[in-house]
Design a protein. Structure first.
Lengths: 348, 115
């Protein structure tokens, strides 16, 4: 085979991104139409053999405890699928959902897995009601719930795996972060604070909810000892949110220190001697698997993601990497490199 | 924010802190409108008292470099003028010269030779 013949397979076509999105949207449209048609047609065909109303909820495994009209059940089944489908199509149109591998896997997984779930829920409802005569006599075998969940997960995982696409191109390594010159007799430190405003706002809401519920319980408007449970839950949520919504990143001669929360305590430290190098990278939540403390298998990296944008990435002498969202990361990386080199020189 | 302190600098600590913040703003790490880290963070990092940092920040506010706003903390108002930035660099140069045993007169002499 000549070099020119093999070229098209090695270099991505110029429209690769756009055409993969087009293909995904086409599949989503066809698949959506098919699933919707089945969700409408099958109940209509079986309508004569169903009781009116139909049993739609079972408790204790197989005994029906709630019923709904045929039309209501049909609409519920359609909504269960339609809302998720509309969300997925919207995410694909927006484009960001298909760009990075982790979100792409979820997108494909949900498109097929959720469809199986919606079809399974409607299918098992119809199966239980079929020829029952009255909804009170529509028994649902317990295994169907597990079967539906298992099939949905299995199909979702398979679809996600098939739709995973090419691995994300590693962001191009920037040239080595400049190393700061340490001068004798001077102490150099670098400090930066980064927050996630959404998480801060959520924590504030949770905190005021906790305070409000506590006041109501204390004056007796809400009653009983059980009323304290939401207070405690909301307060814990607020504290946890506050502690993780903001981090203080500091570099000094000891190394890297990451302090959590407004008090910058507790703190996580990486000593300078354990650091091989530091650099700056741009990262977005979709690429590292979401917000918060994230690690994707195979990357050997843990990311503390507060917001998309600049991240300080630290490579340990043991090989792993740690990244944290922070502004002005370049100066921090430069100073950290200087201290890491200094401590390496002292050891050798 | 990158901050450096000269351990042999005879000036009062708050002046040195003001100097290093002025330099960080002058070299472009912080543009007008950017927020500074909280004073407590700066004090912790430098290992000095929070009041020392607050005094330095107030000095810089009086110079028109920073502004304090309720709810937004301390943010940069404007870049220091050329003379202020130069003065900081020259102060550093004099400190370095002092370490090699050169006085200001000798530094002036070297500058004349070079220019």
């Amino acid at each position: 085979m000549t070099a020119s013949a093999s070229r098209p397979s090695t270099s991505a076509p110029p429209g690769g991104r756009a055409s993969s999105r087009g293909a995904a949207l086409t599949v989503a449209a066809l698949w959506g139409a098919l699933v919707t048609a089945v969700l409408v047609a099958v109940p209509l065909v079986l309508r004569d053999r169903l009781p009116e109303p139909v049993a739609v909820h079972w408790s204790g495994g197989s005994v029906p405890d709630r019923s709904m009209s045929f039309v209501g059940d049909l609409a519920t089944g359609l909504a269960l699928w339609g809302v998720a489908w509309a969300f997925l199509v919207g995410a694909a149109l927006h484009g960001a959902a298909l760009r990075a591998r982790p979100t792409r896997v979820h997108w494909w997984g949900f498109l097929f897995g959720w469809a199986v779930f919606a079809l399974g829920v409607q299918g098992s409802t119809l199966l239980a009601n079929l020829d029952a005569g009255h909804w009170r006599r529509a028994l649902l075998p317990g295994w169907t719930v597990l079967a539906v969940l298992g099939a949905a997960v299995a199909v979702g995982v398979l679809a996600g795996w098939l739709g995973r696409g090419e691995p994300d191109r590693a962001p191009e390594r920037p040239e080595e972060a400049p190393r700061l010159r340490l001068r004798p007799g001077r102490r150099a430190v670098w400090v930066s604070r980064t927050s996630n405003p959404w998480l801060l706002a959520l924590s504030a809401v949770a905190l005021s909810a906790a305070a409000g519920a506590a006041v109501l319980t204390a004056v007796g408007a809400l009653d009983g000892s059980a009323a304290w449970i939401p207070v405690v839950v909301a307060a814990l949520t607020a504290l946890l949110g506050l502690a993780t919504a903001t981090v203080q990143v500091r570099v000094d001669s000891d190394g890297l220190r990451i302090g959590f929360g407004p008090l910058a305590r507790p703190a996580y430290r990486v000593p300078a001697a354990a650091i091989e190098s530091a650099r700056v990278e741009r990262a977005v939540p979709g690429r590292v698997g979401g917000w918060g403390l994230r690690s994707l298998p195979g990357t050997g990296r843990v990311t503390l993601m507060l917001r998309g944008g600049e991240h300080l990435v630290v490579r340990r002498t043991t090989g792993g990497e740690f990244a944290v969202s922070t502004d002005d990361a370049e100066r921090g990386a430069a100073l950290l490199n200087a201290y890491a080199a200094e401590s390496a020189a002292l050891r050798s | 924010m990158l901050l450096t302190l000269d351990l042999n600098d005879p000036r009062p600590l708050h002046e040195q802190v003001a100097g290093t913040i002025r330099r960080a703003v002058a070299d472009g790490s912080y543009a007008p409108g950017d927020r500074l880290p909280p004073a407590r963070d700066l004090a912790d990092a430098l290992g000095v008292n929070a009041n020392t940092v607050l005094r330095a920040l107030r000095e810089l506010r009086d110079e028109g470099l920073l502004e304090f706003r309720r709810g937004r903390g301390v943010s940069v108002l404007s870049r220091p003028d050329a003379r202020g930035a130069l003065a900081e660099a020259v102060r550093e140069l004099l400190a370095e010269a002092d370490r090699y045993g050169y006085g200001p007169e000798e530094v002036i002499h070297i500058i004349r030779e070079l220019s």
